[in-house]
Structure formats: structure tokens, C-alpha cells
Design a protein around this ligand. Sequence first.
Ligand code: SF4
Ligand code: SF4
Length: 327
Amino acid sequence: MNTVIYFQQPAELSQALSYFDLSSFQQKKVPIKLHMGEEHNKFYIRPSFVKDVVTHLIDLGASPFLYDTTVLYNSLRKRVNGYKKVAKNHGFTKETIGCPVEIDDEGIPVIVQGHEYEVGTSLYHHDHVVCLTHVKGHISTGMGGAIKNFGMGGVTRQSKKMMHQGSKPLFTPESCTYCGTCASVCPFNAITVDETSWMVSTSCFGCGVCVENCPSDALTYQLENLHFLLACSTKACVQGKQVLYINDINRISDSCDCDSTAKEIICPDVGYCISTDPVAIDHASLRLIDEQQKDVFQKKHHVDPYQQIRFGEQIGLGSTEYEFIGL
Ligand code: SF4
Ligand code: SF4
């Protein structure tokens, strides 16, 4: 059975890591997959904590580097050099953190559950990885945790596009009562409904919120539920690798680190979790958040954040049965 270690202060990181046998990380080049924050976002992971993790890996004899991929939407982070500029502005440089920063824009295809995912080339070629995640709310998945970090962040823009488009709504007029619920919950105002017609615009981002909230089963996914595709994409990124997951469950904001307009903290700080299982660590993180502020993500985004975890367990990515140890 896998273990999730929970601690509250960054100073307890070494003690928490001592529960894991990391000897195989010695002499390895280790990508630390993380999100270094969209321009103007205020809540992304703190460089000081990232530096603590990097220092620990270097002390262990590993050669870590910070790692992420370019994004789909229009942003400086859409290009490698633009992302590096944002990373530098946010305090992520070799000089400040103690290891290089690498941004990938290309990938290697991996098939999971019948869908092809282009895993970032450098991520694909390394067999020891650290997944360092700031846990927060997310407009499409309720919560952004370790599964979201790899599932969307570990693959190329082409695969990101496939996942978003695959979860766009298909409309069945015979089932629709024109109640307007889908239009009211759509975070991108992409749906227009009146008494006799239903339309979706090009602003649809494929988040699937309308499909989940339609009371009449009039909407379905073009391909699959985004949560399912994310769990499969995560599996494509990590299968066959030794991965250590660290969740930073503090500054729990309403929206993702890729949202330059994320506005507020919606739950008091929780602390940190470490595990070798992405399903277990996201499940434990959500349980800890629920203890502080029950259903905070569901209430904010009308999305069940446990979906990605259930799908992850279903495809063998990890387990919700784990030993939970608090320091
Ligand atoms: S929520 Fe469903 S039933 Fe209501 S308008 Fe939208 S598609 Fe039609
Ligand atoms: S999938 Fe998301 S963005 Fe697209 S119409 Fe539905 S709720 Fe709006």
C-alpha cells in the first residue's frame, strides 16, 4: 500500500522525504515538473520551496532541472523563450533556484486507453521525475493537483488541444428542455439558449461543465470527459518511471496558476503532502481541503474534483487506498 506523508512547515521537508527510498535518484538527471505561473498570476508555487526541493535532490546526488511545456492559449508562455522570460520574472532561474530551467515544445507519442498523447520529449527520456504541484481551484477540473500538473502540463500543445476539443459538447435537440442551465454554468459564456434554440460559440474551451450540469442528458462529449483524458495523459507521462509527487496545498486560489486574473484565496492553508502515487496524493490533498472548507471547489466551479481521481484509479494510475501519516 502506498503512503502519503503530510506536514505543515517547509522546514519539515527533509523529515517527510526520509519516509521514501530515493537512492535510485542518485546520479540521475531529474526533471522537476512544475507550473511556474502565468504572467500576473499571484498564487503560483513559491520559488523558496522549489529551491528547498532542488537542494535536497542535489544533496542526494541527483542533477535536477525545472521542467514545463509551452501552453495552448495566447500568452508569452506559448513559446519557449517567452515562458523562460515569465519564469525568470517569477524567480525561477539557475541563479535563484540552483538548477537549470527547461521548457519543452515537442513530444513523443504514447498511447493510453486508445488515445495518443505527445509526452514532452525531455520528460519522456528521463526515468526519474519529481512532480511539484501547487494545489488550487480550476475552472475545468474543479481542482488542479498532481494529475492536472502532468495530464495537461506534461504534454505538447497538440495534445492539450486534443483534450480540450475532445470534451466539447455535442447537442441532442430531442432531449433539450431549453432550461438554460448550461448557459448559466459555462465559465466562458460560450452557450446561448432561448426557448427554441441552443448554440455554442467558438469561445468554448471544452471544459465539460455544461455536460456535467445538464439535467436532461442533452449534452455529451465529442470524445471523452476531460477528467478521463487527463488521467490517461498523466499515465502516458509517468508509466515506467519512478516519480515522487509533492503537493503544496497553500495559497489555495479560486483559479489555476495559468489564470492571470485568479482573484482570491478560497481556503485556509493546509500544508504539504508527499507520495509516490498521483491518485493517492490528490485524494489526500482534497480530503485535507474538504476538512478546512467542505466542497469549496464544487461550489466555486460546479465541477466534481474527485472525477479525475476516480478515473485515475479506474485506469490503474494509482489508488485511493493508502497509508496517511501526519508528521
Ligand atoms: S442544460 Fe441541457 S436541457 Fe438545459 S438548455 Fe442546456 S442542453 Fe438544454
Ligand atoms: S464545454 Fe465548457 S466552455 Fe464549452 S460550452 Fe460547455 S461549459 Fe462552456
